[in-house]
Every structure is written in C-alpha cells, then in structure tokens.
Design a protein around this ligand. Structure first.
Ligand SMILES: C[S@@+](CC[C@H](N)C(=O)[O-])C[C@H]1O[C@@H](n2cnc3c(N)ncnc32)[C@H](O)[C@@H]1O
Length: 275
C-alpha cells in the first residue's frame, strides 16, 4: 500500500513531514511521502551534506551492531529505530547470529506499522519485534510484554539510541533517562549513541545547521544539538569503548569509502559498556 494510504488508514496527519520518513528519504528508502520528500529537497538547500550525514550515521549504526554481535551480544533494544530502511539492525544481528533477538521501539505509528509488515514478510517475528513507545517512558519499554518475551534482562543487551537524543530537549533530562535504562541492564550491556553536534564545525556549517534546526520547527518534532562535553555526560557511568566519542566516520571505520568529508564534524557518536 502507498505510504499516504497507510497514513490515512491509520488516521495520521500526512500534511506535516515526519522525522522517521524524512530520515528514510535522506537514505533513499521508500517509506516516505511527497510531503516528506519536498521537505528533504528544502533541507538539502539549507544543509547540503544532509544525505551523507544520514548515510554516515547509518554506517556507524551498522558497524556498532556488528561489533556488539562479534563481542557476543545476542540481544538488541533499538530505540528510535525509525521506518525499515537501508541496512536494518535485525538483518545485521541475525546475519552475525541467527539466534539473536531484536526489539525495535519508535514513538511514530507509521514507523512501527511499516516495520511490523517488513518483519512479517521476512518471517522473523519469532525473534524480532517492534513496539510503539516513547524513549521517555523507560519502564513502558523495558516492561512491555513483547520486550520481556524477547529480552532477558539478566543478560547483556545492546541498547541503541542512534540519532535519537537530538529529538529530546534538556527539559526531559536525557541523562536521568539513560541512567534509568542503565540501572535496569545487566553488566556487559552496551549503549550505542550518535548525536548531531557542532563543536568542530566551520562557521558555514554552523549557519547551515542553525537553518536546519529552524526547518524542523515545521515538522512534528524539534531538533537540538549537543556538545561533546554534553555527550560525555550522557555516557556517565558507562565505560567508553575505543575510540571514545568521535565523529561518525572515525568510529572503527571498516572501509575508506565510509568517510564522506562533506558531513564530517556534524555528529558525535560512541559506545559505552556497563561494567
Ligand atoms: C533519525 S531517525 C533514526 C533511525 C535510526 N536510529 C538510525 O539512526 O538509523 C530517529 C527516529 O527516532 C524516533 N523518535 C523521535 N523521538 C522519539 C521518542 N521520544 N521516543 C521514541 N522514538 C522517537 C523518530 O520517530 C525517528 O523514527
């Protein structure tokens, strides 16, 4: 079914661009509408490296999942996972270990519905599911029956908040939220995060990002940047894994083509481990 028909059937207002579909359009996916694509055209005028930035983010996510699987983690809780798009977490995790379990979480109805269809088509719903919940409701996510059915919290979990926290303002106390999640996870669990940032950006990039943040005021959500020092505080209590908090392309790059210089300096990322 076309995405617009989906939205109408679900009673969702398709007249505003929505961040999950917009991100999917940045990556060249098919879960987006004309409204989202026209917003993406507008963003590309404002922030020309937006698509490389999204691709760099997705590559970081893929590498972090691969490394977590290689380290023996078999359970993945991916919050703010978005619409099914290019290179999904469960595809990487199941390739590394067919016994892996993945719970996706997103607050956006269409992201959840379209992901569930994809999981059914792929016949993986015995080990992969998706729930509609908000990051700001940790217990709602961690105690959700579908989460409990697939994740054993006595064992390490790879918790992902990739390109998510820039949708959360300081009034929602992201550090307290992350600490709450950490308190519920077993030792050996990982936290994977990335975040739009400007510390090392040129003045031209800073101006572009300021206009980009303004543009998001016309979507269903706001967007915030954070400094490296702020991201370090979000990782408090987690042992940062090598190479620490770095730009997306610098986190264990496996391929020189991952380095897309136009978007360099526009986001931080890192992986922390609960001791
Ligand atoms: C930019 S996409 C990132 C997708 C994926 N994590 C990645 O990095 O490739 C951000 C997603 O976060 C979701 N999101 C935003 N605020 C959220 C919240 N408070 N709780 C759960 N999901 C949220 C959006 O709906 C969107 O699908």
């Amino acid at each position: 079914m076309a995405v617009v028909a989906w939205l109408e059937a679900a009673g969702i207002d398709a007249t505003l661009p929505s961040p999950d579909r917009v991100y999917d359009a940045y990556l060249g996916g098919s879960h987006n509408t004309a409204v989202d694509r026209s917003f993406v055209d507008q963003v590309e005028q404002i922030l020309p490296p937006i698509k490389p930035l999204a691709r760099n983010n997705r590559s970081f996510l893929r590498r972090a999942v691969k490394e977590a699987a290689a380290a023996g983690i078999t359970q993945f809780l991916d919050i703010g996972s978005g619409a099914p798009t290019v290179g999904n977490v469960h595809e990487i995790a199941l390739r590394a270990n067919p016994e892996a379990h993945v719970v996706y979480v997103d607050s956006n109805t269409i992201a959840v519905q379209s992901s569930l269809i994809k999981l059914q088509e792929q016949n993986v719903t015995d080990r992969v599911t998706m729930i509609q919940e908000d990051l700001r409701n940790p217990d709602g996510i961690l105690d959700h029956p579908q989460t409990r059915a697939l994740i054993d919290f006595d064992k390490p979990v790879c918790l992902q908040m990739v390109a998510l926290l820039h949708f959360i303002g300081d009034e929602d106390n992201p550090a307290d939220l992350i600490a709450h999640y950490r308190s519920r996870l077993a030792p050996g669990s990982l936290l994977v995060m990335s975040h739009i940032a400007l510390d090392d950006a040129s003045q031209e990039q800073k101006d572009q990002v300021a206009a980009f943040l303004d543009a998001y005021k016309n979507t269903t959500t706001r967007l915030y940047t954070r400094t490296k020092a702020e991201l370090e505080r979000l990782f408090e209590g987690w042992e940062l894994q090598e190479p620490g908090i770095v730009h997306l392309q610098d986190w264990r790059p496996d391929n020189p083509v991952d380095r897309e210089p136009s978007a360099y300096h526009l986001a931080w990322c890192g992986v922390g481990r609960k001791a």
